[in-house]
Design a protein around this ligand. Structure first.
Ligand code: SF4
Length: 237
């Protein structure tokens, strides 16, 4: 478990680590860079760098937290990676089911695997399930997500690298938008962001604007038309 600087969560919890790239949104994967850095620092959990690894010993960690947390699950991996055994995904879900005091935010780019397994998993109200949608080439992930039994469904449009007109938000509870940061970030057009914000407003879907990104994300900040958008989903247990 680690405190997180990600604006829409509080903590990260990584029962698996490692992944591999599957779409344009992965180009400058933060998890890959961090995994290499942590391996170089001699951190045991990352001794295999960015190779997919399961961490059975991490499964009990959420039960040890003294206060209620909002937790980003697998910030360093993808819980629905094709090579992850369903049995282990079930164990991660069991931990989330057994800890209803915490909110767990799971985010995947592998919506097909999510849909394949969703009936085998127990979807308690404290599990928010999201898919990454970086541009219009991957909006099919939204359709796959909406077919699952997840009680709270969200989109993470980050890094937003193209316009997303006519999003299907009919079964979506939350949308996050963010620009890419780092040394060579791909630009995010203000009109793309305004369009998504307007679509959310029209559909009454909470909208969270995370950051503009760029080479100095502190400088570019997270205001959109002079406003900060920190809306969160309304969850009825
Ligand atoms: S799916 Fe996520 S963790 Fe995996 S390579 Fe892509 S950005 Fe990185």
């Amino acid at each position: 478990m680690a405190q997180s600087s990600i604006e829409w969560t509080e903590m990260t919890w990584n029962p698996t680590t490692g992944c591999n790239k599957i779409s344009a949104g992965c180009k400058f994967c933060y998890a890959e860079v961090m995994s290499r850095r942590l391996r170089a620092m001699g951190i045991e959990k990352y001794k295999d760098g960015f190779k997919l690894r399961l961490h059975e010993d991490a499964l009990t960690i959420p039960g040890t937290w003294k206060s209620t947390k909002i937790v980003f699950v697998n910030s360093m991996s993808d819980l629905f990676h094709n090579d992850l055994p369903l049995n282990f995904i079930k164990k991660v879900f069991h931990t989330m089911n057994e800890n209803p005091q915490h909110t767990f935010q799971v985010l995947t780019k592998r919506a097909d695997v999510l849909l394949k397994h969703h009936r085998e998993l127990h979807w308690t109200h404290n599990i928010w399930m999201g898919v990454s949608v970086e541009d219009s080439r991957v909006t099919d992930r939204i359709d796959l997500l909406t077919k699952t039994d997840a009680r709270v469904k969200f989109l993470s449009c980050e890094p937003l690298i193209g316009p997303l007109p006519q999003l299907n938000l009919s079964k979506i509870d939350w949308v996050i938008v963010g620009g890419e940061s780092g040394r060579k970030p791909r630009p995010m057009d203000v009109d793309w962001v305004l369009d998504i914000q307007q679509q959310c407003e029209n559909s009454k879907v909470p909208f969270f604007f995370k950051q503009w990104g760029g080479t100095n994300k502190k400088k570019t900040g997270r205001e959109l038309n002079g406003k900060t958008f920190n809306e969160m989903p309304l969850v009825v247990p």
